[in-house]
Design a protein around this ligand. Structure first.
Ligand code: 5AD
Ligand code: FES
Length: 358
């Protein structure tokens, strides 16, 4: 049938691009855009199996864990997609105490976590002094663990102080590398320029840096996603967190469609082929949009999972999007559930800091 003929010709064109990506680890913007815009189930399968092979060559069957501690749902920012934005009067706000945070890390340690990610909205309560105190306590109690921070945009001086206090890694998704798209997702007081300034400061200070972006969010095109891939190719972060956009009903994007697991998994595979050593989480958002989304991500190039260690009492309040997974499970239950999921794709969770392969 002519239709099949056309689609197999298109698949062949994409197969050539995939070959080129595997050889050179780099494509032009237009080539990335074609790979994204012309995705078919066939090319997705091909890409996933190549990405899976590359992940196995670099990391074997190991999957790294990060224990996520969501320390505050207060945020001074107003990103249009995010459920904890300051204008969301219905958001339930909480802030963990230093003792509570340290206790989460202690529990996590006993469960086998060797990396703790402290994440929160941009909450002015968490000054450098407050954060340095908490980082110091966790590092002293668990010197064999890494502390990762995710508190958004701060000054260079602040990033320096937190690094000196013992934080070695920082997650700051760039969100959208396309300036026009970044502007549509954020209020005028936020800028892509400052985001990029933060990312380069973090890199220069010596952090292992995690960038990342949302997939399938409002107004996003294949050309925008191509910009994201090119940014990752150039910046070479240690980690890249990507997940589907999921609407949160009390935000301006609350009635927009969610991104898809298929497109997210496809992008995970592309990222693995671009940067074989990259740390790539199979995110909670991916598991939220599709019940076996994280397994699909792990089978297509991802090598990190980030279970939640926050106290059960606050889990539902850290609601960046609706329907978030694992808000009713104890950390121990989550790790049991995830171990089984990871094993179902022939991999194993390991007790390890999970540094990027040098
Ligand atoms: N859907 C999916 N991901 C979201 N994030 C924020 N809001 C949403 C949403 N509605 C992501 C952002 C942020 C990370 C912590 O969560 O990319 O950087
Ligand atoms: Fe908090 Fe975007 S709403 S950083």
């Amino acid at each position: 049938m002519p239709h099949d003929l056309h689609s197999s010709e298109a698949d062949e064109g994409l197969a050539l691009l995939i070959d080129k990506l595997c050889r050179t680890r780099s494509l032009s913007l237009g080539e990335y855009e074609r790979l994204i815009a012309q995705r078919t189930p066939g090319t997705a399968r091909e890409l996933a199996s190549r990405a899976d092979a590359v992940r196995r060559q670099v990391y074997g069957t190991k999957v790294f864990t990060r224990g996520l501690i969501e320390v505050s749902s207060f945020c001074k920012n107003d990103c249009l997609y995010c459920g904890i934005r300051r204008s969301n009067a219905t958001a339930r706000r909480y802030r963990l105490s230093a003792d509570e945070i340290v206790k989460c890390a202690d529990t996590g340690y006993d469960l086998g976590f060797r990396t703790f990610v402290l994440q929160g909205g941009e909450d002015t309560f968490f000054t450098d002094d407050v954060l340095c105190g908490i980082i110091g306590r966790i590092r002293a109690a668990h010197p064999d663990c890494a502390v990762t921070l995710s508190f958004g945009e701060r000054s260079r001086k602040s990033y320096e102080r937190l690094h000196e206090a013992g934080a070695e890694r920082y997650l700051l998704r760039h969100e959208a590398a396309s300036p026009a798209l970044y502007r549509r997702w954020h209020p005028p007081e936020m800028s892509l320029e400052n985001r990029m300034r933060c990312l380069s400061d973090l890199r220069e200070i010596g952090y292992a840096v995690g960038a990342g972006f949302m997939v399938g969010a409002p107004f996003q095109t294949a050309a925008d996603l191509a910009c994201d891939l090119r940014f990752i190719e150039r910046f070479q972060p240690e980690m890249c967190g990507i997940g589907p956009f999921i609407p949160q009903k009390d935000t301006p994007f609350g009635d927009r469609p969610a991104g898809t697991a298929e497109q997210t998994v496809y992008l995970l595979s592309l990222l693995r082929l671009m940067q074989p050593k990259l740390l790539l989480p199979a995110t909670t958002a991916l598991g939220t949009i599709l019940p076996d989304g994280r397994e699909r991500g792990l089978a297509a190039g991802a090598n990190v999972v980030m279970p939640n260690l926050s106290p059960l009492s606050v889990r539902k309040k850290y609601a960046l999007y609706d329907g978030k997974l694992c808000t009713g499970e104890e950390a121990a239950q989550c790790i049991g559930c995830l171990s089984r999921r990871v094993q179902s794709v022939g991999a194993n969770i390991v007790i390890d800091r999970g540094d990027v392969k040098s």
